[in-house]
Structure formats: structure tokens, C-alpha cells
Ligand binder design. Structure first.
Ligand code: F6R
Length: 608
């Protein structure tokens, strides 16, 4: 979703802002703009379209002199993508400029009030309300003005603000939208995400909800909503800028697919100690683990899909009942929280608005919460009672791959830990499973080595219009992910079905040459899924099967078979996902689409 960058320092601001915004492109956007104080006034350039347009308009920022500025990439919510609706937004005299990420829910009410007071709105955005409100309350003191405005806002926001009569300062504030602050010798920064500042600094500050920061070129001062100074400790970012760059790959998605062996190992290895699983960050005693009566797993999109896998794994191994919920449903369905409930929220970004709201709902009901999160210091990581980080590193492509794979690892570890502590998994069984887990990175590597076969297959399906993914049990969970991956980046309609459910309606859609991808990895379900494969083939479907090495029986029923290395039955999704990711990638590539930035999508969905 929208990206914010701000800079104040010794260097020319505009090129730095443009460069920072380019690192936030992955979030998804449809227009961009920057505002810079040039010594006399705040100058603004903004336009619909990609950053390239803005770069051309400003000659790479060179036409905008000045060392203080804010910039923005906009993902349209209120008002279509257009030059006028792009950020920054000005007050009437062009003395205040604002960039905003989030949604002001009471903006209509505020807009009407402001219009009655004579304010004229030029855009359709909720953000313009903010800048006129700042103008209305402005008394020469930016802090007082910003807090007055904050008290009147409902919704979510991260804001970067410049005041013409405080030209040596930039202000920022956040509530339920991400914002980080960076400090360097050459000046200070605000940004929606760390990659935007990494070239300049590794020391970043995560500010909490309703906290503010005043930046000058050589200082940072943090405040709470009562305008009292507070201290915020910096976090040193360990990962390198190259981790957030393409490193020779054509797209981030392919790079991230290839990073999976390392991401999986990084998430796994620190938690394996002397044939045991140690998850210190869980903060639960064995007694507390034994007392878990029920688990809710909550997430959106692919994170939710890993939750569906986790349900099978946790219930199968630890025999604890698990309910999996889409965060957007969970938060409004009035769930029943009983003593002994554990709520696990899963999120790559740690900022997904619905998942964050679901977490808060759980906390408000007094149950223990655990976040499985990739972005260190993100809102979910900070608000959950405990956080188990996935060590996937920065994920830039909108379609998740390596974060998905590491979420699975975290979930397997939890399931095994719970099962062992509750004594439903013997030490010997656990050790055998640990050995299987340790093999996953190299098995993923092996599958990646066969990418040409999948690429070749994908190229045959560039013009296809509908694809179905089927499977049973854990294979159904991976079908959900395979289907989402394909539709989001290739724009081909696809659906995932529990294989046994096909004949209750969906099979009527199968016709000559419809592609059906069948995942068949669960031995006890082989025969069942194979009869579903027969059913669709009889009706003309072309079947791509993904199954375990040795299951050659499948060749009699499927048209094309991809074999996976042998692993524990609970871990097969970690392997099956690889050909499905590659298939989607190559279809999207073959169709000439922007693989990393599919239309209408945003990396971090920070609005409801
Ligand atoms: C799909 C995808 C999305 C995310 C979803 C949740 O490839 O990336 O479906 O999984 O938006 O995002 P996080 O994990 O950041 O909460």
C-alpha cells in the first residue's frame, strides 16, 4: 500500500526521496509525488503512473533544489489514480504539505465541517482533510497542531508533514500504519519500510501508535500524544541492502523463490538444539502448553493458507483442536474465547490491518497470543504476547514465496513442540521428524534445479483461461496456495477445491483441455484423489500431478507428473509449493506481465 519517505539533511532531498520511493515500489502504487522546501517555498511535483514519470518530470529530482522534503507512492483508496489525487497534498496557501498512508474513516464528516468553514477541496482523497485540518488548527506550533488533529481522526494513518514556517523540521506520526525513522550522519529519514533508508543507515527507530517524531538535520525528538518527550531505542538492522535488491534476477519473485533453501534453514536451525526443539520466544511453560485446549490460527491470503496446513499438522501431531480463520472474518464474527485458548496470528508484514485487528480482538478477550511474523519490529510483532520470527529476510515481490515457506517451518516446529510436551509424540519420532526437517533446504534446492521442466510446461498454458487445483487434506491446503499464486500474478482465473468436493458442483466447469493440477502426496489418500483425477480426465481435463517420488501409479491417470523428494507426510507442502510457485512465475513471465507488481495488489495491506 502507499509508501512514505521523508528526508532532512545536508544533501539535495529530491533525488534521495525518489530513490527511497523506488525501494517502496513493491508495496504497490498507482501515482507518486514529492514536495521539497527550496529555501523560499514548498515546491511539489506529482503525477499518476510509475515513478519513472516523476523522475522524468523532475530530471531525477535535479529540478527541485532543497534539502528537506517528503515523498509518496499512492495506492488509490478514496478517489481514482490521478495527478490531483496523488500525494503530497497542500493546504490553501501551500504552507503545509502532507503525505499519508492509511484511511481516515471519518473524513466525510470532517470534510463537510471544513467546507462549511470555507475550505475548498481539490481532490477526492481522505488525505486532503488532514492538511486542511492542520491548516485550521495551526497556531505556529507544529506539535500542538498535529496533536489537535490526531484527536479528531478516526482510522489509520502514517503521516509525513512539512510546515513552510518551520523549514528546518519534518514531522511524522503514526496510528495503525507502519512508519520507521532512520538516523544517519548525512541527515534523518522517515519511511514506510526499512529498505527505503538502508542505503543511508542501519539504525532505525520504530515508533508506536500515536507517537510523533520531529526530525531536524541532526536530531530526532520523539513525543507521545500529550506532547511529552519520550525515549525510543534504535534497532540495528542486520540484513544487508543487497538482500533487498534483485542481485541479477529478472524479478524479485524469482530471487525470493531461490532464497527459500536459506530462508527455511535460517528459520529452522536456531530452534533445533541437541535433538530438541527450543522456541524460547514462545514464553510458555510446559504446563501452559499442556493446558492449551484450543488454538485459533488467523491470517490473510497466503498466511491464512499456511494456517490451513498448520491445522492438519497441529491436530494430527499434537491432537489440539485448531480453528483457522480469515482475519477479516474473525474480527467480526464474535468468536468464543475459552480459558486455555491460544491465538496464533500469522503475517509476513506484521502490518496487515485485518490481522492486527484480529490480534487486538483476541488480546481484549484476555487469551494468550502468538505472532508468527517476518518483519522485525512491525505492529503485530510488538503487540502480540509472544513473537516467533520467520527469518526470511526482506520480501519485496508482492506475491509471497519465501515468507510462506518460513511460516510453514514455524508452524511445524510449534506442532512438534506441542506434541512432544503433551507426550503424544515420542522422542524418537520427534528426532526422526527433525532429520526430515533438516533435509528440506536441500530438497527445495533440488526442486529448484528442475525449473526448466516447469518453465516448459508453463509456456503451454499462457493462453489458458481457467485452472483448477485439487487435493485432499494437506494437499488441499497447498492447492489453495497454488491457486492464489497463479491468479494473482498471471490474471488467469483459478480455483482450489478439496478434491472430494468437485462433484458437488465444480466439475460442471471442466471441459476439453481444462488444466487441473492435482496434488497427491498423502499416502492414505492416494487412491481417493486418483479417482477424482479420473473423473476430471474423463471429462476432458489435462491433469498435471504433483506427487511423491515412487508413486508411479499416478502416471496412469495424469498427463504430466512432477515428483517430489520423500519427506514426512506433514512436511510435503514445503516441497509441493516449489513447482507451483515456479509454474505461476513462468506463466506470468511468459505473458509479459509485471511479475513483482501485479495490478491492483499491494504488498502490505494496511487498510481494512
Ligand atoms: C499472496 C500474498 C498475500 C498475503 C496477505 C497477508 O501472495 O502475498 O495474500 O499473504 O496479504 O499478508 P501478510 O502476511 O503481510 O499479513
Amino acid at each position: 500500500m502507499c509508501g512514505i519517505v521523508g528526508y532532512i539533511g545536508e544533501q539535495q532531498a529530491a533525488p534521495i526521496l525518489l530513490e527511497g520511493l523506488s525501494k517502496l515500489e513493491y508495496r504497490g502504487y498507482d501515482s507518486a509525488g514529492i514536495a521539497v522546501y527550496d529555501g523560499n517555498e514548498i515546491k511539489m511535483v506529482k503525477s499518476r503512473g510509475k515513478l519513472k514519470v516523476l523522475e522524468e518530470l523532475t530530471q531525477g529530482g535535479m529540478t527541485l533544489p532543497g534539502c528537506v522534503g517528503i515523498g509518496h507512492t499512492r495506492w488509490a483508496t478514496h478517489g481514482s489514480p490521478s495527478d490531483i489525487n496523488a500525494h503530497p497534498h497542500f493546504n490553501k496557501n501551500h504552507t503545509i504539505a502532507v503525505v499519508h498512508n492509511g484511511i481516515i474513516e471519518n473524513y466525510m464528516k470532517l470534510r463537510k465541517k471544513l467546507e462549511k468553514k470555507g475550505y475548498v477541496f481539490v481532490s477526492e482523497t481522505d488525505t486532503e482533510v488532514l492538511v486542511h485540518l492542520l491548516d485550521y488548527y495551526y497556531n505556529g506550533n507544529p506539535l500542538e497542531t498535529i496533536t489537535k488533529v490526531m484527536y479528531r481522526l478516526e482510522g489509520s494513518y502514517a503521516l509525513g508533514i512539512m510546515f513552510k514556517d518551520h523549514p528546518e523540521e519534518v514531522y511524522a506520526v503514526r496510528k495503525d500504519s507502519p512508519l520507521i525513522v532512520g538516523k544517519s550522519e548525512a541527515g534523518n529519514f522517515i519511511a514506510s519500510d526499512v529498505p527505503a533508508v538502508l542505503k543511508h543507515t542501519r539504525d532505525v527507530y520504530f515508533i508506536d501508535n500515536q507517537e510523533m517524531v520531529k526530525l531536524t538535520k541532526d536530531s530526532l525528538t520523539f513525543y507521545n500524544i500529550d506532547e511529552e518527550e519520550i525515549s525510543v531505542e534504535p534497532t540495528h538492522i542486520e540484513w544487508d541492502i543487497t538482500a533487498a535488491e534483485k542481485g541479477g534476477y529478472e524479478y524479485f519473485m524469482l530471487k525470493e523463490i531461490y532464497e527459500q533453501p536459506k530462508a527455511v534453514a535460517d528459520t529452522l536451525n536456531p530452534r533445533l538444539k541437541n535433538n530438541d526443539i527450543v522456541i524460547e520466544e514462545l514464553g510458555m511453560t510446559d504446563e501452559e502448553i499442556r493446558n492449551i485446549k484450543k488454538i485459533f490460527i488467523i491470517g490473510c491470503g497466503s498466511a491464512y493458507h499456511t494456517g490451513v496446513t498448520a491445522k492438519y499438522v497441529i491436530e494430527g501431531l499434537a491432537r489440539i483442536p485448531v480453528e483457522v480463520d480469515l482475519a477479516s472474518e474473525f474480527r467480526y464474527r464474535n468468536p468464543i474465547f475459552e480459558p486455555g485458548t491460544l491465538v496464533i496470528v500469522i503475517s509476513q508484514s506484521g502490518e496487515t490491518a485485518d490481522t492486527l485487528a484480529a490480534l487486538r480482538e483476541a488480546k481484549a478477550n484476555g487469551v494468550k497470543t502468538l505472532g508468527i511474523v517476518n518483519v522485525v519490529g512491525s505492529s503485530i510483532a510488538r503487540e502480540a504476547d509472544a513473537v516467533m520470527y520467520t527469518w526470511a529476510g526482506p520480501e519485496i515481490a508482492v506475491a509471497t514465496t519465501k515468507a510462506y515457506s518460513t511460516q510453514l517451518i514455524a508452524e511445524y516446529l510449534l506442532a512438534m513442540k506441542f506434541a512432544r510436551v503433551r507426550d503424544v509424540l515420542s522422542q524418537e519420532e520427534m528426532e526422526g521428524m527433525i532429520e526430515d526437517l533438516k533435509k528440506l533446504p536441500e530438497q527445495i534446492e533440488f526442486l529448484l534445479g528442475n525449473k526448466e521442466k516447469i518453465q516448459h510446461f508453463a509456456n503451454r498454458y499462457l493462453a489458458t483461461e481457467h485452472v483448477f487445483f485439487i487435493g485432499r487434506g494437506i494437499d488441499y491446503a497447498i492447492s489453495l496456495e497454488g491457486s492464489l499464486k497463479l491468479k494473482e500474478i498471471s490474471y488467469i482465473h483459478s480455483e482450489a477445491y478439496a478434491a472430494g468436493e468437485l462433484k458437488h458442483g465444480t466439475i460442471s466447469l471442466i471441459e476439453e483441455d481444462t488444466l487441473v493440477t492435482a496434488v497427491i502426496t498423502q499416502k492414505e489418500l492416494y487412491k481417493k484423489t486418483l479417482s477424482n483425477v479420473q473423473e476430471v480426465r474423463t471429462r476432458g481435463a489435462f491433469v498435471l500431478a504433483v506427487t511423491n517420488t515412487g508413486n508411479t501409479e499416478v502416471e496412469k491417470s495424469a498427463d504430466y507428473v512432477i515428483y517430489l523428494p520423500e519427506t514426512n507426510k506433514y512436511f510435503t507442502n514445503s516441497l509441493a509449493v516449489i513447482p507451483l510457485q515456479l509454474f505461476s512465475y513462468y506463466v506470468s513471465l511468459g505473458k509479459g506481465l509485471d511479475v513483482d507488481k501485479p495490478r491492483n495488489l499491494a504488498k502490505s495491506v494496511t487498510v481494512e
